[in-house]
Design a protein around this ligand. Structure first.
Ligand code: SF4
Ligand code: SF4
Length: 103
């Protein structure tokens, strides 16, 4: 599934954002979803499609409750519609690469 078809990324309520920068710092270096508007002293969602689908770390971490996400059930419903064979194939590949995961 193309990432651009999945509506999953943070939304910042600018009225609540204090500009502390915690979300910018804590979102993983490889993702870097957030940028920072120095003039306005606000975090900005710069690369929404870099957000890992299902992750809510920045929302949990925002001390000012300024970050929100779509309803997680949307993602679960979408995932349920994916072919089970595709998941089974990915699981087999992961286990093959990481045999220590098998009990
Ligand atoms: S963590 Fe919250 S308050 Fe701090 S910059 Fe990010 S959105 Fe704004
Ligand atoms: S949910 Fe995770 S990946 Fe997405 S912006 Fe927040 S910390 Fe980054």
């Amino acid at each position: 599934m193309d990432r651009s078809e999945i509506n999953w990324h943070p939304v910042i309520d600018e009225n609540k954002c204090t500009g502390c920068g915690l979300c910018v710092v804590t979102c993983g270096e490889k993702r870097n979803v957030f940028g920072y508007d120095k003039q306005r002293r606000k975090a900005v969602v710069m690369f929404p499609d870099n957000c890992m689908v299902g992750c809510i770390n920045c929302m949990v971490g925002c001390l000012w409750n300024a970050i929100s996400f779509p309803d997680e059930q949307t993602i679960k419903n979408m995932a349920r519609s994916l072919p089970k064979e595709a998941l089974a194939k990915e699981l087999a590949q992961k286990i093959e690469k990481n045999p220590e995961l098998v009990m």
